[in-house]
Design a protein around this ligand. Structure first.
Ligand SMILES: [Zn+2]
Ligand SMILES: [Zn+2]
Length: 350
């Protein structure tokens, strides 16, 4: 009968100590690591960084003469490419794909200012215990409704006449999506010109960062090819090599070959998408997008011609939030017209 209180009194200081320690640990760990999704994203980034260091570093560790035998400028260029690829990776990873909610805010710049002012006045009113907070709340609600109606008009003008806004309202964000947008369940936001959600980068690829993504895979492909050449040079060299070094080099080279095949296919695929102004989602799920369902397979509905597609993708100073309208049936018919000799001479595809 007397053992229970003794045990609890023994465990209590231990429990307090454990609680204190876990509290201290949670204070020491940065808040960004507290979120599991953020933790796994950071883990993937660390893994990618480590993989780059292993693949690029191992070849020079296996053959130290490789650095001395190559000209300095070549080593410097390789090092520059290595750093540039990693910078491009983190730059793309940290970039915004262009969210619909941001486009909505950009469209209503005055609304955003008003919203901040209203919030500030609500906060000051609540601090002073003033009843004006409810009046401001009502104004805020009215303004939100006004914003919704202006956004609704802007977006619905981009769809063919007679389209219902109900069909284009996101069930998760409750905002009207412009054409080419899609809700991403990983980001929990609607993305403009949605391409795909990249797990390796931990972000969506959309209108805002597709160009950066293309440059990243381009740089990664070059780096992979160059590193592979280093491994082949090492395996073909006549210097005395241990069987373990040969085995490690052959293993890493095999992995690099697989990476290269994946990267070159990805690069070619995304180059094709860029030249035809399409997204992965539109290409794969064409039949599920109602305004694309009736469009013939060979017609690229949003294409402005190869040169202009390339220009708008790389060099255009257009805002990320510039929205594209669904082409009219006349425009689609013109694009579906078969090519004649005159079209080829006049470079219609460009
Ligand atoms: Zn959404
Ligand atoms: Zn996403």
């Amino acid at each position: 009968m007397t053992t229970t209180p003794t045990t609890s009194s023994c465990c209590s200081p231990l429990k307090d100590l454990c609680d204190g320690l876990s509290e201290r640990c949670s204070r020491l760990v940065p808040c960004c690591l507290a979120d599991p999704a953020r933790r796994s994203s950071l883990g993937l980034k660390a893994a990618l960084l480590l993989l780059h260091l292993v693949f690029a570093g191992a070849v020079f560790l296996l053959d130290s003469d490789l650095i001395h035998s190559a000209p300095t400028w070549l080593n410097a260029t390789y090092l520059l490419l290595f750093v540039l690829t990693l910078v491009q990776y983190f730059y793309t990873s940290g970039s915004s794909p262009g969210f619909v909610i941001d486009a909505m805010s950009a469209e209503n710049g005055t609304h955003a200012t008003y919203l901040n002012m209203s919030r500030a006045s609500i906060q000051s009113a609540s601090k002073n215990g003033n009843i004006t907070s409810s009046a401001n709340g009502n104004q805020l609600g009215r303004n939100n409704r006004m914003n919704s109606s202006s956004w609704l008009k802007l977006v619905m003008d981009l769809y063919p006449p007679g389209s219902s806004s109900r069909n284009w309202t996101c069930a998760y964000c409750n905002i009207v999506q412009p054409p080419r947008s899609k809700h991403c369940h990983d980001c929990d936001k609607c993305v403009l010109q949605f391409d795909h959600h990249c797990v390796w980068l931990g972000t969506c690829i959309g209108k805002g960062n597709h160009c950066r993504f293309w440059w990243y895979i381009f740089e990664e492909t070059i780096l992979c090819t160059w590193t592979g050449i280093f491994y082949i040079t090492f395996l073909r060299s006549r210097v005395l090599k241990s069987w373990l070094n040969v085995f490690i080099a052959a293993l890493l080279l095999t992995a690099l070959v697989f990476c290269f095949i994946f990267l070159i296919l990805l690069l070619l695929f995304h180059s094709y998408l860029v030249l035809t102004n399409q997204t992965t989602y539109e290409l794969v799920r064409r039949r599920r997008i109602s305004y694309l369902r009736g469009v013939p397979e060979r017609v690229r509905p949003f294409s402005r011609g190869i040169c202009r597609n390339l220009y708008y993708f790389c060099c255009s100073k257009e805002s990320t939030y510039n929205l594209e309208a669904v082409p009219t049936s006349e425009e689609l018919e013109a694009r579906a017209r078969p090519y004649t000799c005159i079209d080829i001479i006049s470079c219609r595809c460009c």
